[in-house]
Design a protein around this ligand. Structure first.
Ligand code: COA
Length: 176
């Protein structure tokens, strides 16, 4: 595979590689406690996204609302295995923009890129229990809940289950 990170356009969004100008607006999203309630992300993630892209080990995008040119979140293919034709995803959206289908729209573009441009057969994502918004966008975009991995991770000093979602190239785009 020749690594290329394109800008992806959707109806309302531009998904483009993150830059240093995104660092402060991204870090501001962490002021709202709801943002990190169900995820291990830290404000450093945006810097890591820039580095991982440079090293060509991930595909990371800043999610920009095109009409206002505002950074509203991020989405990424965190890791991938060419041997297994498999990759895993992460995403987060500024709380002020929840409930309007923005991340679902971004996810649809990344699913299309991963399956049809990169030709990955399988995509994975996991959620913690109690994050119905994240479960919802995965189910809406053709991911299936494949199982619950009991006490797979430590999160804020507790052992927590992870809900594993998977999607194959041959799965229909919308199942739920
Ligand atoms: C996960 C996240 C991106 C979802 O964004 P969102 O804007 O809330 O998503 P949407 O509004 O498009 O909702 C997705 C779907 O989830 C479902 N949903 C949302 N909230 C729900 C709730 N409280 N109960 C049941 N279903 C719910 C709905 O079916 C909705 O689909 P609809 O458009 O058909 O109504 C956002 O909540 C977020 O950034 N959270 C913080 C970071 C995070 O948790 N990232 C994921 C880690 S796994």
């Amino acid at each position: 595979m020749i690594y290329q990170l394109p800008t992806l356009e959707t109806e309302r969004l531009t998904l483009r590689p993150p830059t240093e100008a995104d660092i402060r607006p991204y870090q501001r999203m962490f002021r709202n406690k709801g943002f990190t309630q169900h995820t291990t992300i830290t404000p450093r993630l945006i810097l890591n996204m820039i580095k991982w892209n440079q090293k060509k080990r991930s595909f990371c995008w800043s999610v920009v609302e095109r009409e206002t040119d505002t950074l509203i979140g991020a989405i990424r293919i965190n890791e991938f295995s060419l041997r297994s034709s498999c990759c895993d995803l992460g995403y987060e959206l500024d709380c002020d923009y929840w409930g309007r289908g923005f991340m679902s729209e971004a996810l649809r573009a990344v699913v299309d890129f991963a399956h049809n441009t990169l030709d990955f057969n399988r995509m994975e994502a996991y959620t913690f229990p109690g994050n119905p918004g994240s479960d919802g966008i995965l189910l809406k975009n053709g991911f299936r809940l494949e199982g619950v991995e009991r006490e797979k991770m430590s999160f804020r000093g507790k052992k927590v289950d992870t809900r594993l979602f998977g999607r194959l190239k041959r799965d229909a785009l919308t199942l739920a």
